[in-house]
Design a protein around this ligand. Structure first.
Ligand SMILES: [Zn+2]
Length: 272
């Protein structure tokens, strides 16, 4: 599933090709995504100039004046730039064709993604309004995380994955962040000290930065013609490694369920 680094990599991959371009037409082949693609998307976007491409949490925002086209990749969505698009394949649902012939193609086999038009007040859209700060925002610091977690008795891992606390930290990156911070994922959020939360802030950023940097090497895939997907993996310390030896101390990595998601930890490196 695309997480924040994949979405940011996608943003960096498509932005240079669509920023400052105007839309020639939109071809919607299948409207049935998580929510229906608007009927009038072609009418709305035809002639529109893309000012820039932003990312908020895992949403991409193609800005057009006070409006935006919101794109979410869901479980299996991807965006690809084509100079000369090949014939449409079964899971290609939307083509946005630009004035220079460039095509931005949305593909999504499982169709849990979304493509919505927000006419104005973009940040107040229900999908965006309650989002907490971005991990790289200055507002996301140890003091903020300390204040926000004092009343939360739920596990620190669940707090990290709560989009109202900080956006875009999915299961993989929450697991890896807590390993690097030496914190047991099931520890109650309100029992984590300010000093340890400072390490969490630092490590969330480090883990995401490394993942985005890895994604950088796949950017060519978004302009390429081989049709391969460009997703990537960090070498994880704990995620998906239950039963294997901790890379730091050799202790067997354990897994458990937290909030319905798989959690991975090393009992020696991570303390309650
Ligand atoms: Zn260990």
């Amino acid at each position: 599933m695309p997480e924040l680094p994949e979405v940011e990599t996608t943003r960096r991959g498509i932005a240079p090709h669509v920023t400052g371009r105007s839309v020639l037409r939109v071809d919607v082949y299948d409207r049935r995504l998580r929510w229906p693609v608007p009927d009038d998307l072609d009418a709305r976007l035809r002639g529109a100039l893309i000012d820039r491409v932003d990312r908020r949490s895992k949403y991409l925002l193609l800005r057009v004046g006070p409006s935006a086209l919101l794109v979410h990749l869901g479980m299996t969505g991807s965006l690809r730039i084509w100079r000369e698009p090949p014939p449409r394949m079964a899971h290609d649902h939307v083509d946005i064709v630009f004035d220079d012939g460039t095509t931005l193609r949305y593909r999504d086999p499982r169709r849990f993604g979304a493509m919505l038009w927000i006419p104005s007040a973009v940040e107040r859209h229900p999908l965006l309004a309650s989002l907490g700060p971005e991990p790289f925002d200055a507002a996301f610091d140890a003091d903020y995380l300390w204040r926000t977690t004092r009343s939360r008795r739920a596990a620190i891992k669940l707090a990290l994955m709560d989009n109202r606390v900080v956006t875009g930290v999915g299961n993989i990156y929450a697991n890896e962040t807590l390993f690097r911070s030496g914190i047991h994922p099931a520890l109650s959020a309100n029992r984590v000290s300010r000093a340890r939360l400072a390490r969490v802030v630092e490590n969330v950023r480090a883990v995401l930065t490394e993942a985005i940097a890895k994604g950088g090497s796949t950017l060519r895939d978004y302009v390429g013609s081989d049709g391969s997907t460009g997703y990537f993996q960090l070498e994880y310390f704990v995620y998906g490694r239950a039963g294997e030896a901790c890379r730091v101390c050799g202790t067997t990595i354990r897994s458990s369920r937290l909030g319905g998601r798989s959690s991975f930890h090393c009992l020696r490196c991570q303390r309650r």
